[in-house]
Ligand binder design. Structure first.
Ligand SMILES: [Zn+2]
Length: 133
């Protein structure tokens, strides 16, 4: 049974990302040794294994990599919105990120260009959505 839970936006491991979404920005970890941008966040760099990191704003533009249409809501909060589309987007700066696709009449297919949109789901919790450019 799914629970009506949202991410802990104050968890130090992800708080800078959630602050970014509240400000309408995509903010990810950047390795200060080699510059590799990573999402989801982690304790060490996937490329050079350094633990030196900072948070950096990146471009909100990317390309739809893949998607799935959900007919069951992963969270009861969204049950009245099904079916909805969850997209995997490859951002122009490199990281891949999941998010709902904003309802659209445009053709949804891998390769279309998308831009991040930000929607407050509940006070203090802003999700990244994707809209086709
Ligand atoms: Zn690195």
């Amino acid at each position: 049974m799914a629970e009506n839970k949202f991410p802990d936006v104050n968890d130090p491991a992800t708080a800078p990302f959630w602050k970014g979404t509240r400000d309408g920005k995509i903010v990810v970890q950047a390795c200060t040794k080699c510059g590799y941008l990573r999402w989801p966040p982690g304790p060490i760099c996937n490329e050079c294994l350094s633990s030196e990191t900072e948070w950096k704003e990146i471009s909100p533009i990317g390309t739809l990599w893949s998607y799935a249409v959900y007919h069951r809501a992963m969270n009861p909060r969204f049950k009245d919105e099904i079916p909805y589309t969850v997209a995997l987007v490859e951002l122009d700066d490199g990281p891949r990120m999941y998010g709902r696709l904003v309802a659209t009449t445009a053709k949804v297919e891998p390769g279309v260009r998308v831009r991040a949109a930000f929607q407050e789901i509940e006070p203090g919790v802003t999700f990244v959505y994707w809209e086709i450019k």
